[in-house]
Design a protein around this ligand. Structure first.
Ligand code: AVI
Length: 323
């Protein structure tokens, strides 16, 4: 039996989410160059494909970060002390937090995710496996301001944001998002965040071009999603996945490249593509330690500790809120 989890819903309804997707696809394809924001990768099929990406041998971030959390859990806990309120925006399957709970011994855990069904299932499993922990699931879109449940008021709050999803924000937006996390952590609070590091471009290129083609399927699923949800007529076979490290910008770029001259129709709108023209679907910024620290400082954090793996592929930053 699964333990019960107190839950709060702060998400907008499905209809609002549909109209955001519709609006951003329609306006994004009118832009030059064409682009669609990466948050629309994550429908049910896309979320499953992302979990598969994390298992690919070339995609090192998940494997390396998981190893670091297991290895450094006690050291991390030493900075925090028992009885905090651990908040995880974008908690997904809640798998990484499990590596910290026994060492950290928070009294409360607040996972937050936009997908209600997935959230409640994952939170229920955590509550079951850690019966001493008070779990309060919050269903919310974390790309917008979110209020925490009242129980978190007055507690020492630690925000946990693993996975280097911060790299999917443009640097200016990343500062804005980190400022929101600082507000969420509040006075005396802190942030434990996973950040992917700059490295040899060959390692990055293969991480985003895995041999099994899972990242390609993940990228192309966005076109299938448009067909499924927005009445599109896209022949997905006429596009190909393209991912490369843009050295000047310090980021992986993902694109969907048109293999021929073609016209896409989506709900009565038409979009012309030249052969080789692309839809820019994702940026994944890679940071130096100093570069990320500077970003966090702009958002109102002070760096307390940094952990690296043996090959310096990935970093974990522990930051406190500057009051
Ligand atoms: C979720 N995010 C941190 C992933 C990344 O590496 O930027 C998304 C991803 N895109 C392709 N592979 C993984």
């Amino acid at each position: 039996m699964t333990a019960s989890v107190a839950s709060v819903s702060r998400s907008r309804d499905e209809g609002a989410d549909y109209s955001d997707f519709y609006h951003e696809v329609i306006t994004g394809l009118e832009r030059s160059p064409k682009r669609i924001p990466p948050k629309y990768f994550y429908d049910e099929a896309g979320s499953r494909l992302f979990e598969l990406i994390c298992e690919q041998p070339e995609y090192y971030p998940t494997r390396v970060e998981t190893g670091m959390l297991a290895r450094y859990a006690d050291e991390i806990a030493g900075f925090i002390g028992d009885g905090c309120c651990l908040v995880e925006p974008g908690s997904g399957s809640c798998s990484k937090v499990r590596l910290l709970l026994d060492a950290m011994r928070p009294s409360h855990y607040i996972p937050m995710d936009i997908s209600g069904a997935h959230l409640h299932e994952a939170a229920g499993r955590v509550a079951n496996d850690f019966p001493w922990l008070d779990v309060r699931a919050v269903c919310a879109d974390i790309t917008r301001p979110v209020e925490l449940p009242g129980i978190a008021e007055g507690m020492q709050r630690v925000v946990f944001y693993p996975g280097s999803s911060i790299g999917n924000y443009e640097p200016g937006e990343a500062v804005e998002f980190l400022s929101r996390l600082a507000k969420m952590a509040g006075h005396g609070g802190s942030l434990l965040i996973g950040v992917d590091l700059e490295k040899d471009s060959s390692v990055l290129d293969s991480a985003y071009n895995d041999a099994n083609g899972v990242t390609a399927d993940f990228n192309l699923n966005l076109l299938h999603r448009i067909n499924r949800e927005l009445d599109g007529n896209i022949d997905v076979d006429r596009f190909r996945h393209h991912a490369f490290y843009n050295e000047d910008e310090g980021r992986i770029e993902m694109h969907l490249v048109s293999e021929c001259t073609q016209t896409l129709r989506i709900d009565g709108h038409s979009y012309e593509f030249a052969k080789g023209e692309s839809i820019h679907t994702e940026n994944s910024y890679k940071y130096s330690i100093a570069g990320f620290r500077a970003l966090a400082e702009q958002a109102g954090f002070r760096s307390e500790a940094i952990w690296l793996d043996d090959e310096a592929l990935f970093s974990l930053h522990y930051l406190s809120v500057v009051s």
